[in-house]
Design a protein around this ligand. Structure first.
Ligand SMILES: C[S@@+](CC[C@H](N)C(=O)[O-])C[C@H]1O[C@@H](n2cnc3c(N)ncnc32)[C@H](O)[C@@H]1O
Length: 300
């Protein structure tokens, strides 16, 4: 059994932690535990990469194009990046949108969210609310966000495409925009690499099989790694969903019901569960919750 500290040392020595854990655990795909460990240990690497002028320019072009696509679809009051990592994508998207929008982000890794908060403060992006959360149980209410987008976060979740798309679609009010590996649009070498890393596939086909309306699916113009080319998929929610608007945004990941901010934690009156805040970050993965049926009585 490898401890997290041992894995941290092996990451520092240059090992690919996802690959190592899949081998040790006998998995061909990435479990949420493997994803959390491998990304949490990488924390800081995306912010560091922004010191490279070429990478910074690539990210600026990438984020500006995302913003352009979103604004071509609608004039959103709220956007969410699901699997926001260190927020080096949303900082550019929000800057390029240049308007007052309620912005949200979540990630499975606490450390990455903590670094994202720092990065956004350094980039003077003030309107964002970040928390931890899972793509498989998103801690946001139904129809709560005008535009939900992902940027290579479904990527390591091969095998869970349908469950994740259902969750993303549930939270979306108007449009869901996916920037993910374009398996079906790639050549054999890139496909082989994606298969090896347990990446997602066939997002367009899965979305259509769920009855979603896919408006576009095509190569994205700005690509960091030719062996992992980004494709963009745009999915529209029905007009009737667009006319609904949730009265709350953050939600219990188990019941999708509202959360009350009490005693430095978020309480779900439906799940009778408290979700802690650690370092100022709401921890909204289902497994972070503590059953506390008497929590409200402490404040009576
Ligand atoms: C390749 S990084 C991309 C980060 C960011 N979206 C960007 O564009 O820089 C993938 C991110 O998705 C997160 N992620 C992957 N699977 C997830 C899941 N099931 N639930 C929540 N976050 C997840 C990882 O922790 C990681 O931060």
């Amino acid at each position: 059994m490898l401890t997290a500290r041992e894995l941290k040392d092996r990451y520092a020595a240059g090992e690919n932690i996802g690959e190592l854990l899949r081998k040790v655990r006998g998995e061909t795909r990435n479990t949420p535990e493997i994803i959390e460990l491998s990304y949490d240990l990488q924390t800081g690497s995306y912010i560091l990469a922004m010191q490279d002028p070429a990478m910074r320019e690539h990210k600026r072009l990438y984020a500006t194009e995302i913003a352009r696509v979103i604004l071509s679809l609608c004039d959103p009051r709220s956007v969410l990046e699901a699997g926001c990592g260190e927020a080096t994508t949303p900082s550019g998207v929000l800057a390029a949108m240049g308007r007052d929008i309620q912005a949200f982000g979540f990630d499975i890794s606490w450390s990455r969210v903590a670094w994202a908060v720092r990065w956004l403060a350094a980039e003077q992006v003030e309107q964002a609310t970040l928390c931890t959360g899972s793509l498989l149980q998103i801690p946001f209410a139904d129809d709560s966000i005008d535009v939900v987008y992902t940027s290579h976060s479904i990527e390591p979740n091969g095998g869970n495409e349908a469950s994740i798309l259902l969750e993303l679609f549930r939270v979306t009010r108007r449009f869901l925009v996916l920037l993910e590996p374009g398996y079906e649009l790639s050549g054999p070498e890139a496909r082989q690499r994606m298969d090896h890393h347990g990446y997602c596939r066939n997002l367009k086909g899965v979305a259509e099989s769920l009855g979603d309306s896919v408006l576009a699916h095509e190569p994205f113009p700005h690509i960091a790694n030719p062996l992992n080319p980004t494709a963009i998929a745009i999915i529209a929610k029905s007009q009737s969903a667009g006319s609904r608007q949730s009265s709350f945004v953050l939600a219990c990941p188990k019941t999708k019901s509202p959360l009350d901010d009490l005693g430095g934690a978020l309480f779900s009156a439906e799940a009778l569960t408290v979700y802690p805040g650690i370092g100022g970050i709401a921890c909204l993965r289902a497994e972070n919750g503590i059953l506390a049926s008497k929590y409200l009585d402490m404040f009576a």
